[in-house]
Design a protein around this ligand. Structure first.
Ligand SMILES: [Zn+2]
Length: 181
C-alpha cells in the first residue's frame, strides 16, 4: 500500500477539483473514507486469508468493480439532499468511483507486495503499472514508525505531495483567471 497520507492527498486534490457546491464536512468525511476503504482487506490477513486470495490484501476491495459499487451507493449518504438518478448523482457517483479506485492506482505504482486485482472478481490476476517509483508502506503501524516509514513518507512527498501541490496551485490559478474574465 501507499500510506494513508498519500491516499488522502490524492483524494483531497480530486475533491478540490470537483464542483465545490458538493463540499461539506460529510462530503469530505466520505471522500477520506473511500480513498482508504480498500485497505479494509488487511483484516483478512488477521483472519488467515492468504495475501494472494481474491479476498486477500490488494484483492477484491481494490478492484474496479468494488469501486463502482461504492460509486453507486455513497453519493446518497455523502450528499443526502441529492436526487437519485439525477445528473448530479451521476457526477458524484463517478467521483466516488474514481476516489476509491485511486487507492488501487497508487498501490500499483508502489515497489513492493503483490499486484492489484483490478479485474476481480472476474479475473484474479494481480497487476502493477510498469513504473513503480513509490516506496511500499508497511502494513503494521509499529513498522511505520521506523526508517522504513520515513523512506515511504519521503518518496510520497516527491511522487505524490509535489504533483498534488502543483495540481492544486494550477487549478487555483485557472479558477482565478476564469473568475476575473
Ligand atoms: Zn491498498
Amino acid at each position: 500500500m501507499a500510506s494513508a497520507f498519500g491516499h488522502v492527498a490524492v483524494a483531497y486534490a480530486m475533491g478540490k477539483t470537483l464542483n465545490s457546491s458538493f463540499a461539506s464536512t460529510r462530503f469530505w468525511a466520505w471522500t477520506v473514507l473511500c480513498c482508504v476503504l480498500p485497505d479494509v482487506d488487511v483484516v483478512g490477513l488477521v483472519l488467515g486469508i492468504p495475501y494472494d486470495h481474491v479476498l486477500g490484501h490488494r484483492g477484491l476491495t481494490h478492484s474496479i468493480a468494488f469501486a463502482m459499487l461504492i460509486g453507486i451507493v455513497v453519493p446518497r449518504v455523502a450528499v443526502p439532499t441529492i436526487p437519485c438518478f439525477s445528473i448530479r448523482y451521476g457526477i458524484l457517483g463517478i467521483y466516488f468511483w474514481l476516489v476509491t479506485l485511486s487507492h488501487g492506482f497508487l498501490d500499483a505504482v508502489t515497489d513492493g507486495g503483490l499486484g492489484i486485482a483490478f479485474l476481480a472478481p472476474f479475473d484474479t490476476t494481480r497487476y502493477f503499472f510498469p513504473w513503480r517509483p513509490i516506496a511500499v508502506s508497511p502494513i503494521g503501524l509499529s513498522q511505520f514508525f521506523s526508517s522504513w516509514g520515513l523512506g515511504v513518507l519521503l518518496s510520497e512527498l516527491i511522487w505524490i505531495g509535489i504533483p498534488v501541490a502543483f495540481w492544486l496551485m494550477g487549478y487555483r490559478i485557472i479558477g482565478r483567471a476564469n473568475r476575473s474574465k
